[in-house]
Design a protein around this ligand. Sequence first.
Ligand code: CMC
Length: 430
Amino acid sequence: MAETVKLAYQGKTYEFPVLEGTCGEKAIDISTLRTTTGLITFDPGYMSTGSCQSQITYLDGEKGILLYRGYPIEQIAEKSSFIETACLLIYGELPTREQLDYFQYHLVHHSMVHESIKNLYDGFPNNPHPMAVCSAIVGSLATFYQNELNVRNEREVEIAIHRLMAKLPTIAAYSYKKSIGQPFQYPDNTLSYSANFLKMMFSLPCEPYEVDEDAAKVLDVLLILHADHEQNCSTSTVRLVGSSMCNLFASVSSAIYALWGPLHGGANQAVIEMLQNIHDDGGDVNKYVQKAKDPNDSFRLMGFGHRVYKNFDPRSRIIKKLADKIFSKPGAQEPLLDIALQLEEIAIKDSYFIEKKLYPNVDFYSGLIYRTLNIPINMFPVMFAIGRLPGWIAQWKELQEDKQFKIGRPRQLYKGSPKRDYVAIENRQE
Ligand code: CMC
């Protein structure tokens, strides 16, 4: 007998089915609530609302579990590559050698952008934030491939996926080059995804450049850790925009903007800025912990807390290990590391943070690692976007293929003025 939930309202009882997820989590199916009862649910910030059924990523915030298509993040980070992870997320299974080669071949052969795209970069003011540029250029791809944007055409979707995966590192590196006034560097199709990105970022036409393979490997792991995180703000954006049957480029362009905010993908940038502030202010970590605890102070410890992880963030453990390895190398210097370590030490023992279940999240250490790769601070959210791209694509594709596909359209509780008559301007009160 299927489980149900009963709702008693105005003398009537209504029954709603309970759905069960693979790992035992349960949800009340209230899709008929409004038509049967006239009621809607009210849930700002979607604290208790499931917006879709998905087979891509599972996370358990209490136990600190994160699975990509069932595989634990710890195993994927240790054994896989970013491209294989992207294949897994987008197509559902770990690829065979042949499938991986096919995917890789297409990523390599779409890595250049149309030459006219370079002109778009010149339209921006000097020193633009690369996140804004990236999103705009990704959106503009829809103009270059406007005859291949049918979201119900499997072949057109496939080629859009290849193009976007292949071109985002190029677009991102060009955004950086534009921001520092250096010439764009074409992609090098002989290199891995991460190595090619580093080369486009840091090479110059006037001198040889050797990619540091260790740095490329570290970057690959960081990208894997960011590859998907179920229905977060930017992923929900990609789904909502995609639900109007909007093409992949426009949907992902919107997701990049959603990711930019300091409470989401902008947090790794905000962490470094916060650590730098503490450093420049004399390094008194305690002062900032007190500020974060003060209810009258809007300051928050960036890199702490998570909407879902209320015990630990499994990605932050992997990153911490990576950071320990990098910073224990002779010659590795990071003046902000000491402040970060002190902050973590104080905060994880402090009752305020323990009671509110605020632990270091994925962004707490990722910024410090990006700095060792010489990635400038305003590129941090862009790095997050490159990492999150396979997740956005997988979620967008799953939505388009969903048998229950519906345009996203939440309801609201109107609290404004009741109906009233228009007042002529001369009769309005000051
Ligand atoms: N420092 C100090 N206090 C905090 C912090 C923090 N970082 N995070 C939450 N709190 C307090 C908050 O003031 C609130 O207190 P009270 O109950 O007294 O009002 C309580 O903890 C709950 O906070 P919330 O904002 O209701 O929690 P949320 O689940 O809506 O927000 C969050 C999650 C990540 C937005 C929040 O913890 C935050 O602002 N963290 C700092 C920014 C950050 O590191 N973001 C990266 C998130 S991980 C990357 C990603 O997946 O996007």
